[in-house]
Design a protein around this ligand. Structure first.
Ligand SMILES: CC(C)(COP(=O)(O)OP(=O)(O)OC[C@H]1O[C@@H](n2cnc3c(N)ncnc32)[C@H](O)[C@@H]1OP(=O)(O)O)[C@@H](O)C(=O)NCCC(=O)NCCS
Length: 432
């Protein structure tokens, strides 16, 4: 697909083609039956809401033992599969559970691991996608060929995991209406891709992503990553519904997201060779992400607590946050009179010895910091908005951090510390 792809798409494919880590992945997460069932129920709630279905009797096959490869027909009833393999073995073999659900009007949905037997049906799915859909999925008008799909299926089964959603009509042939899978990256996360047939959008995507996340968690993959066009509203909405963080914005036409495969926050990925910077910023967008990465930091941007999302921010619920606990510095760039204040206080109170920098919008006219809510250390507040100067402040704060292997060029230290010194009032607004 090389010549027909935009550079961003080519990079994404290159990332997907990386090999498995040398050692099997350790199981990090055990997902119990209750959680698996809840994923299915969420989906039924969605399907009913979207289609106003009159809820005929439905049966759900709870996940059972790992399935065999190569089936294309639906399986009814609980199966007694082969003995469960160890998790790493299952991941390598691409095995997994099968979910079967009766839909309204006699239709049946089967979600099962992908195999090379699905090649023709997948070709059919992709042949009927519009140019707009191809653009959202591949960042170009690239239409997958048979050999490309063969490679994609092989990559999932050998170096990751993939699911297809197969729709069975009561009196007609079945067809594949959804394709979701990941290929493992060197850092232990999975590079995610997902496509839903237009007629099944509005309900199937979240379910298929949930199913893939559950399978990934069972295989010890804590995080899925995806490069998403910022214009891809549906995909972004779907991601925001889960626990996620952003890893960068590229040229701002795309965003790279990390999605937790459990209900917890994403975790730091890869070896801790660069200083880790956790940023709490509205919508997961922080102006200094790329400059900080260039300066040698690993940066993860959390969107902070979101309305109606219980459990989205462990910090505010007194639970450990794996991102905060393993960071070398934290920047809170959320409004202090909202969740930013609680987070800044929470991070300070946690007393992990990790420096916390709070960025605030300067007061119009004076450029001074705004009145600070109680409990926030004024020495940690900065009104600095220039990314390079912010990074210089962070360099100062993290000077004692144990990790010092910064591969990027060092920024010019043209800023004065301590960080409480107000910077030029370049722009207003709460974002840091
Ligand atoms: C992106 C894509 C996979 C999403 O699948 P979908 O079935 O269309 O997804 P939906 O529209 O149902 O999901 C998004 C919505 O579900 C909601 N949602 C997500 N998870 C949910 C859950 N567990 N419970 C309730 N609602 C949920 C979101 O709020 C969002 O609602 P909104 O659109 O009203 O804001 C699909 O549109 C597609 O194939 N697009 C083309 C290819 C593509 O873009 N692939 C991704 C490349 S990175």
């Amino acid at each position: 697909m090389g010549d027909v792809q935009a550079p961003a798409a080519r990079q994404a494919v290159e990332r997907r083609s990386r090999l498995l880590p040398a050692e099997p992945l350790a199981p990090l997460v055990v997902v119990d039956e209750v959680r698996r069932r809840s994923a299915v129920h969420i989906w039924f709630d969605l399907a009913d809401r979207r289609h106003g279905a009159s809820s005929p009797p439905r049966t759900i096959e709870p996940p059972t033992a790992p399935g065999r490869q190569g089936r294309t027909s639906p399986r009814r009833g609980r199966r007694s599969g082969p003995s469960p393999l160890d998790r790493a073995g299952r991941a390598r073999q691409g095995g997994g559970v099968e979910r079967v659900a009766d839909l309204p009007h006699g239709r049946r949905l089967v979600v099962r691991p992908v195999s090379l037997d699905d090649l023709d049906a997948l070709l059919e799915l992709y042949q009927h996608l519009s140019t707009d859909d191809l653009h959202l999925r591949f960042f170009s008008a690239f239409r997958p060929s048979r050999s490309w799909l063969e490679d994609w299926i092989t990559a999932q089964t050998e170096r990751g995991h993939g699911l297809v959603a197969e729709l069975h009509e009561p009196h007609g042939p079945s067809r594949i209406v959804g394709d979701a899978g990941y290929v493992l990256l060197d850092d232990g996360s999975g590079e995610l891709a997902i496509t839903i047939e237009p007629s099944c959008r509005g309900w199937l995507g979240p379910y298929l992503l949930d199913a893939l996340a559950v399978d990934a968690a069972e295989r010890g993959v804590p995080t899925l990553q995806a490069e998403i066009l910022t214009e891809n509203r549906r995909m972004l909405s779907m991601v925001r519904f889960r626990e996620y963080a952003t890893l960068g914005h590229g040229d701002w036409t795309t965003v790279r997201v990390a999605i937790a495969t459990t209900r917890e926050t994403p975790v730091w990925l890869g070896a801790h060779t660069r200083p880790r910077l956790l940023v709490e910023a509205t919508g997961g967008r922080w102006r200094a992400t790329e400059p900080a990465q260039d300066a040698g930091y690993d940066v993860v941007v959390c969107p902070g607590p979101r309305p109606g999302r219980r459990g989205a921010c462990p910090m505010l619920e007194g639970r450990p946050c794996p991102l905060a606990d393993d960071a070398d510095a934290i920047v809170v760039a959320l409004p202090l009179d909202g969740p930013g204040g609680d987070l800044a206080r929470g991070h300070e109170a946690a007393q992990r010895g990790i420096p916390v920098l709070v960025t605030v919008a300067p007061e119009p006219g004076t450029g001074d910091p705004p009145p600070l809510p109680e409990g926030i250390d004024p020495d940690r507040i900065t009104t600095e908005r220039n990314p390079q100067k912010l990074i210089a402040i962070l360099d100062h704060l993290t000077a004692g951090a144990s990790v010092s292997d910064r591969s990027g060029p060092a920024p010019e230290p043209d800023v004065v510390v301590p960080p409480a010194v107000p910077g030029p009032a370049e722009a207003a607004g709460p974002e840091g």
